[in-house]
Write a protein that binds this ligand. Sequence first.
Ligand code: NAG
Ligand code: NAG
Ligand code: NAG
Length: 370
Amino acid sequence: MKAGFGYSPLLVLLLLGAVCGQRPRPRPGRPPSTRKPPVPQPEPKEPTDFPPPILGPPSVFPDCPRECFCPPSFPEALYCENRNLRKVPTIPARTQYLYIQNNYIDEMTAEPFQNATELRWINLDNNRIRKVDRQVFEKIPNLLFLYLGRNNLKEVPSDLPNSLEQLRLSRNQISKIPASSFSKMEHLALLDLHHNKLGDGALSKNIFKDLKNLVQLNLAHNSLRKMPSNAPPNIFQLFLDRNNIEDIPKDYFQKFPNLAFVRLNYNQLTDKGIPKKVFNVSSLLDLHLAHNKLNNVPTFNHKLEHLYLNNNNIDSINGTELCPFPVMSTLLNEEDLPRLSYLRLDGNHLSPPIPMDVIMCFRRLKSIVI
Ligand SMILES: *[C@@H]1O[C@H](CO)[C@@H](O)[C@H](O)[C@H]1NC(C)=O
Ligand SMILES: *[C@@H]1O[C@H](CO)[C@@H](O)[C@H](O)[C@H]1NC(C)=O
Ligand SMILES: *[C@@H]1O[C@H](CO)[C@@H](O)[C@H](O)[C@H]1NC(C)=O
């Protein structure tokens, strides 16, 4: 992600979170190697192969679960990550932040959460969860962040609390989204479903209808063949990399007046699949179309700042045609100048020099990779 954008702190956080949210499971200890590099150990498959749970240090707090570390601020935060746990320990009342990622938990049952009514944040990334009991969230009405990335879910859990602001379900095997999964979630800002098994049929018509405040929808690395027709109208970031999308319906982006970041890298887009004015949308700032099958540079709005077209089949670029004003014109207001500052064209059939009309038109270009 490029630095220096003038976007709101929330968005920067969301972007950083997407990068930093996942820590790999630490490998079980092995004896120090002498000569040969160590052979990577396979992830244990059977529960009997899991290494034994690691208990936390003795604690002065009587209700500190033995499996966890309870910091001086206990019970506000509870740290139970990286401890080879098979199940969630009983969460003390008044816990707000629960860190229990990188374990072997395969089920989220209601009992341990019975008294934890003040939970705001649960990180269960990188476990083995395949089942979430419907009753878990009944008693957690104020949950804001739920991280369930890198688990074994096959569908989106039901009865998630309406209070959620971030829901991360990436790297599961989700192929199904029950009809009311996201209903009434009007505070949800981030929905991350990347790296799952969603096809077009899984995104039923009204599935995202209540997500009025969604900022980021990440559906990258799934099996979509079509642009989602039902994405919520207020989104700011739409990530669809690594699907099988061949075309974009005419006027698709007109439905999203705030949409600024669109990522469609690694799809099957051809010139034919891109209607002439589809990217002529003034909200777009950052457009990723790398690793597709384009032969030409598509037309884009003069407000676009970053354009990624690397690794396509482009063999020429005509600045005169792309330019929103006559290239040689000198009587231009600052604000009419095209905003493009970064352009990637490498991995195509182009070679330097960069045509003069491109330089003349895109006068704010700081970097062009060819
Ligand atoms: C919940 O709190 C009640 C009352 O303090 C207590 O009796 C009960 O054992 C607690 N349940 C769990 C699962 O901790
Ligand atoms: C793009 O849209 C603008 C309005 O935002 C319009 O003035 C311009 O003619 C359009 N360009 C093309 C190539 O359609
Ligand atoms: C670019 O397009 C313009 C207008 O269509 C045309 O006159 C010009 O010859 C083209 N330039 C190149 C290098 O093909």
